[in-house]
Ligand binder design. Structure first.
Ligand code: GLV
Ligand code: MN
Ligand code: MN
Length: 421
């Protein structure tokens, strides 16, 4: 069945211009951006996007954890068809991760306003606080609080890798809002994001209809041995935190290669103290990131890690404390939304692949409270969390058009089903 707004398309030049302007805040060599959550750079990025939201006449609301939701009213004053993502980045961030989803959402709304299209439901675009979790673990912090998965007070108390605290930093940058957490459940949520992996490009697909997100397990290990003289301490008398950390890092790789399939495993941080050439390391702090689409396999990887850590602690005579930084089970998106994304992309003439997401996303939190899906566009060479992150402008525009038409379809389906009338 065709609909009156089937031919509506976003303005690709306007979208690219905004992506460029936002990327210019916290610029880093290679064309990327560094806007760790709740830093001055994050504040400047937030201020710019909020200005754009207000310029469109949207109702802009900031909640207690600093999530920002901008809404255009619909014919029905009920739950919104919502999109969004994040504008915080890792320190080595590209210009598209998260930013694309927020700015494409803004572009969808500006397109609807420009064409005078009235929707049944309100249409909302959000950016969530600290999706990356790189400064304040866990990742997806803002959306987790939005859906009630973590209490606001607990979230405000989280300490970052630099010793700062979420609540203090929100106050400092002026983004501790007054709207309540958890937030209102949308009618549906769909997020556009770059794939950040190689699958779409390798398959020659323009659009990914994302079926779900793999489970994530982040652990911080603090290893305490004994700092000692590198020249005088016999090998069999050492309690070497660097050795224990290195053995664990190698085993982390072995876990993934031994399990195969979708298991991935990463040691992304390693801090040795006293960090000197002629001193056996007394302490090591390291992180382990394990992910799998299958919860049972992810659990098995966690058990393997913990057994190995115990063994190394014993044999090297070091103490290891483990602290969970994040633990989220795999998420399966609503079939109806995945079908809508795939069907819309096909109607727009794109080659589509149904695929799970390897990265974490705010959509995986929103899936707890409403029918949710995601749209992926290709990442050149599968590179992300790196300034070299790139997606062709034509693919960015294709993704934004699929987002626009998917949101219109979700809005229409609800009204065709008679909901809210
Ligand atoms: C967060 O976006 C992650 O996937 O690490
Ligand atoms: Mn992201
Ligand atoms: Mn990211």
């Amino acid at each position: 069945m065709s609909h009156p707004h089937d031919a509506l398309r976003i303005d690709a030049d306007r979208l690219m211009r905004r992506i460029g302007e936002l990327a210019a805040i916290g610029p880093i060599e290679g064309g990327g951006s560094s806007r760790l959550a709740l830093t001055d750079e994050d504040r400047a990025g937030r201020d710019l996007v909020v200005t754009w939201m207000r310029d469109l006449g949207l109702d802009v609301r900031i909640d207690g954890i600093g999530n920002v939701v901008a809404t255009r009213p619909g014919r029905i004053d009920g739950p919104a068809v919502m999109t969004g993502s994040h504008i915080d980045t890792v320190r080595s961030g590209g210009r598209y991760d998260g930013n694309l989803g927020v700015l494409a959402g803004l572009e969808v709304i500006e397109t609807l306003i420009g064409a005078g299209v009235e929707t049944e439901h309100p249409i909302a675009v959000a950016f969530f606080t600290d999706e990356e979790g790189a400064r304040f673990p866990p990742d997806m912090l803002g959306s987790l609080v939005y859906v009630g998965g973590l209490g606001l007070e607990d979230a405000l108390d989280i300490e970052g890798i630099d010793g700062s605290v979420v609540g203090d930093e929100l106050d400092r940058i002026g983004y501790r809002g007054t709207h309540p957490c958890p937030g209102p459940a949308p009618h549906a949520f769909v997020e556009l994001h770059i794939e950040q992996g190689p699958v779409l490009e390798a398959g020659g697909h323009t659009i990914g209809a994302v079926t779900g997100v793999q489970g994530i397990s982040w652990t911080e290990l603090t290893i305490t041995g004994q700092a000692n003289h590198a020249g005088t301490t016999p090998m069999d008398l050492r309690h070497d935190a660097a050795y224990a950390a290195a053995a664990i890092a190698c085993h982390v790789r072995d876990i993934a290669s031994g399990m195969g399939g979708r298991q991935v495993a990463t040691v992304g941080r390693l801090d040795l103290q006293p960090d000197l050439v002629n001193v056996v390391a007394g302490t090591a702090v390291m992180t382990v990131d394990l992910r799998n689409t299958d919860e049972a396999l992810l659990l098995a990887a966690e058990v393997d890690l913990s057994n190995f850590v115990e063994g190394v602690a014993d044999s090297e005579g070091v103490r290891v404390e483990a602290r969970s930084l994040a633990r989220f089970e795999p998420v399966v998106f609503a079939e109806a939304v995945v079908d809508t994304v795939a069907g819309t992309a096909e109607r727009l003439g794109h080659s589509v692949s149904r695929m799970p997401s390897g990265a974490g996303h705010d959509a995986q939190m929103m899936a707890r409270i409403c029918p949710t899906g995601m749209v992926f566009v290709p990442s050149r060479d599968g590179i992300s969390h790196n300034p070299a992150e790139h997606t062709d402008a034509a693919d960015l525009a294709a993704g934004a058009d699929v987002l626009l038409q998917t949101m219109l379809a979700l809005d229409r389906r609800a009204s065709e089903e008679g909901e809210g009338t």
